[in-house]
Design a protein around this ligand. Structure first.
Ligand code: NAD
Ligand code: ZN
Ligand code: ZN
Length: 344
């Protein structure tokens, strides 16, 4: 079968490899669609040894069951499914509570992160990772598994602060951010301020229902404060889907006392926390910062429900497998709007 693999750090190649078979407890999926996540670029850019090579990339997968391994119940060839990408140990304190994204045994990993992912004609996954998607278009189902699930989980964690009429700043209206705007609209009554450097991303945010948009630049903080009010007032929640120093600085400068900063983006910025009274504070008193990771299986089921209800729809740009490198190049240059989805 054809597969797009990271063959060495930074090297992406389309290769021909044997089609895998489903072992006990596993399912062979014919891949219908795979989202191109910005994290794949971080994986490609990571130093040697951080991720296994060769490894087929792609952790945002939907497909059709082709083959079921021994002992698999509840799945048959022809079933359509989305893949929950995390594989926790299943036994630690976190996994037992359904928080496989906090597994205390298995380091950050999963399908397309620590084992072969979905950028191929087929992928083998544990049957326990599959969720039914019904007759949903697979190019819509795939982005739900990360671009949908990750913001949904962050929003769940921030939910106590997301009171009706409060302000939520969403920084980075890309694959994750444009889903976040829709999830906020579907599940809260907050006022959404969308922030991006890219005007097309802001247009998408407006089309999706964001209440205000701010073009990021040297005056981002002033522009947001003009909407939410000057300190000590501020935004109740800031979702940062970039995670670079400038966006983290914006987040901590516009969040209200007692507010929540969700650092989802992995661009390598730092959040200083200095809880002393005789120097300018780095983050308001009582504010919380979290580093959410992906989400839980139960949350993915809810995200799929939102998708099937038509309340969460990725803005999708599709590419055939052969054009995967081009899709990632466009993503790196900030020229993908919404989500790039590969159809193998
Ligand atoms: P993306 O490239 O689709 O979107 C990023 C958006 O941010 C783009 O619209 C871009 O124009 C905008 N942007 C870039 N720099 C900016 C700046 N300085 N100010 C304002 N906007 C800016 O990326 P994505 O796939 O949505 O992923 C976003 C980030 O989230 C990545 O770092 C990715 O690795 C990370 N991520 C984290 C998790 C997690 O579990 N924590 C899961 C998935 C992705
Ligand atoms: Zn991802
Ligand atoms: Zn575990």
């Amino acid at each position: 079968m054809r597969a797009v693999r990271m063959t060495a750090p930074g090297v992406l190649e389309q290769v021909e490899i044997p089609t895998p078979t489903a072992g006990p407890g596993e399912v062979l999926l014919r891949v219908g669609a795979v989202g191109a996540c910005h994290s794949d670029l971080h994986i490609l850019d990571a130093p040697a040894g951080t991720f296994p090579t060769p490894m087929t990339l792609g952790h945002e997968i939907a497909g059709t069951v082709d083959q079921v391994g021994a002992g698999v119940a509840g799945w048959s060839p022809g079933d359509r499914a989305a893949v929950y990408g995390i594989i926790g140990c299943g036994h630690c304190r976190a996994c037992l509570r359904g928080l496989e994204n906090q597994c205390r045994t298995v380091p950050v990993g999963g399908i397309g992160l620590s084992r072969d992912g979905g950028l191929a004609e087929h992928v083998v996954v544990p049957a326990s990772r599959l969720l039914h998607v019904g007759d949903m278009d697979l190019t819509q189902a795939a982005p739900l598994t990360d671009a949908g699930l990750t913001p949904y989980h962050a929003i769940e964690q921030a939910r106590p602060e997301l009171r009706p009429g409060t302000y939520c700043v969403v920084i980075g209206i890309g694959g994750l951010g444009h889903m976040a705007v829709q999830i906020l609209i579907a599940t809260t009554a907050v006022r959404i301020i969308a922030v991006d450097t890219n005007v097309a991303a802001l247009d998408l945010a407006t089309r999706l229902g964001a209440h205000k948009v701010v073009k990021a630049g040297p005056d981002t903080v002033d522009k947001i404060r003009a909407i939410v009010g000057p300190p000590p007032d501020g935004a109740d929640v800031v979702l940062d889907f970039v995670g670079a120093d400038p966006t983290i600085t914006t987040a901590r400068q516009v969040v209200a006392p007692g507010g929540q900063v969700m650092l989802v983006g992995l661009a390598g910025g730092t959040l200083p926390v200095r809880p002393v009274a005789d120097q300018p504070p780095t983050i308001p008193l009582e504010a919380t910062a979290r580093v959410p990771f992906w989400g839980t299986r139960a949350e993915l089921q809810e995200v799929i429900a939102l998708g099937r209800l038509g309340m969460l729809q990725a803005d999708v740009q599709t590419f055939p497998l052969e054009r995967t490198p081009e899709a990632y190049e466009l993503l790196r240059r900030g020229e993908i709007h919404g989500r790039a989805v590969i159809v193998p």
